[in-house]
Design a protein around this ligand. Structure first.
Ligand code: GLU
Length: 441
């Protein structure tokens, strides 16, 4: 059997779209699973809409996702006119393509049409089974604007042949293109690749996912703090069923498991909450250092500086933020400002949620301070602090201990619980803050 070659042929007419990434991913997984290769080219025959800016974005996005494209050897349809011309001449020579009027409406304008043999075309789609089209309805369709300007169908057929593509895996919106492409490739004497038309990604309202449903470009997901591991994992499951209970996959695991037999026919609904869940799970798999460096990099990309104490609060952030964006937001709004050197404590706030009077609060804070002082140096962990303080708080009334303790340590109405704060701040700072707060009462 010849080497499996799939392809990713984006049109650089927009930023890298999440749907394109899903198609690319399926091509990538199928190729890698079969020890093959995914080739790539820019389909930029639409010169008006194709932009270098979009090419760059597509390459950068794929690189970021870990599905690197061979950017050094970019193939552009716009640079392959000679190749298309050669084949167009063959078709014309054979009498199966001819120059003709574009339409009655534009007399004088010429195009090149393909002489439709008007027959049925049947192919076995690896997802949808046997598919038959009657091509009669297509008439003699246009294959080139001129000898120098081939249109999409002709260019695709020639490129796929030239790049030795064995499997065309693409969105099902291309299924009706396949009949034209098969007619063309047969007229050119090319071998037919295998086709697999995969279901489209649908918005929750079951229409094709588009801008009005929210983010569609990979950039936007990146800017929100989704990470490649999660995006790829989630997209793989949109339309493909791994066949077991496992939901979390690394790219290597996906490569190992992926087969086209388990791709569904029905459209796959995109659920942003589910993507967030995957993102959170993949963030939790990172080591402290990996998380720290990812968040740092993320914040720097957005012109923000990560605080020096970032590493200390990674476990907290990782626990609660589903995206890097949420983690950065928590830092931005000061949820971790208790980690700064100086905090201010409002005496009224100390009492506000304590459900008891200032004198009792003061006493409670003193007891807690002594408990902490009695602990051996360096032994103040959140669990350790909870073990000694919680029974006391339960005995004398939790609100009267835990509320002022939390406010004394954070200065905030909202913050992580006091045990977490004690663990993060350490013995020395905690004792100093409790003492200062007591003096305010
Ligand atoms: N350039 C086409 C697109 O971006 C891909 C066509 C194909 O896969 O044959 O939709």
């Amino acid at each position: 059997m010849s080497k499996v070659i799939t392809r990713f042929p984006p049109s650089p007419t927009g930023y890298l779209h999440i749907g394109s990434v899903r198609t690319a991913l399926f091509n990538y997984l199928f190729a890698a699973h079969n020890n093959g290769e995914m080739v790539f080219r820019f389909e930029d025959t639409d010169i008006e809409r194709s932009k270098v800016e979009f090419e760059k974005d597509i390459i950068a996005g794929m690189e970021w996702l870990g599905l690197s494209l061979d950017a050094a050897n970019v193939v552009r349809q716009s640079e392959r006119t000679d190749l298309y011309k050669k084949h167009l001449d063959i078709l014309i020579g054979k009498g199966v393509a001819y120059e003709a009027e574009e339409s009655e409406a534009t007399p004088g304008a010429k195009v090149i049409r393909f002489k439709n043999p008007n027959r049925k075309v049947t192919f076995t789609d690896l997802v949808r089974g046997e598919v038959t089209f009657d091509t009669t309805e297509l008439g003699d369709f246009v294959v080139a604007r001129s000898h120098d300007l081939p249109l999409y169908h002709l260019a695709v057929v020639i490129d796929d042949h030239d790049m030795n593509v064995t499997h065309v895996i693409r969105g099902e919106d291309h299924i009706s293109n396949t009949q034209r492409q098969i007619l063309l490739l047969e007229a050119l004497g090319f071998e037919r690749p295998a086709y697999a038309h995969i279901p489209l990604i649908l918005a929750p309202d079951r229409t094709k996912m588009s801008k009005r449903h929210g983010a569609v470009s990979i950039n936007e997901y990146r800017a929100q703090g989704f990470i490649p591991e999660a995006i790829l994992n989630y997209l793989a499951l949109l339309g493909w069923n791994p066949g077991g209970e496992q939901e979390l996959f690394t790219l290597e695991e996906l490569v190992k498991e992926f087969t086209l037999e388990r791709v569904h026919k029905a459209g796959a609904i995109f659920d942003i909450e589910k993507l967030k869940w995957f993102n959170h799970e993949h963030l939790k798999k990172l080591s402290m250092l990996e998380y720290e460096s990812k968040l740092k990099e993320f914040m720097e990309r957005h012109g923000e500086k990560a605080p020096d104490y970032l590493i200390d609060i990674v476990p907290e952030l990782r626990n609660r933020a589903q995206t890097l964006g949420e983690a950065a937001e928590a830092l931005r709004v000061g949820e971790f400002s208790f980690m700064e050197k100086d905090i201010t404590v409002d005496p009224l706030l100390l009492v506000q949620g304590a459900k008891t009077d200032a004198e009792t609060i003061k006493k409670n804070l003193t007891v807690v301070k002594e408990m902490i002082s009695a602990l051996p140096e360096g032994k103040l962990t959140a669990e350790g602090a909870k073990e000694i303080i919680f029974p006391y708080a339960t005995e004398v009334g939790r609100a009267g201990v835990l509320w002022p303790l939390r406010v004394a340590l954070s200065g905030k109405e909202k913050s992580p619980d006091p045990f977490v704060l004690l663990g993060l701040l350490g013995k020395e700072v905690s004792i100093a803050r409790i003492a200062e707060a007591s003096q305010l009462l």
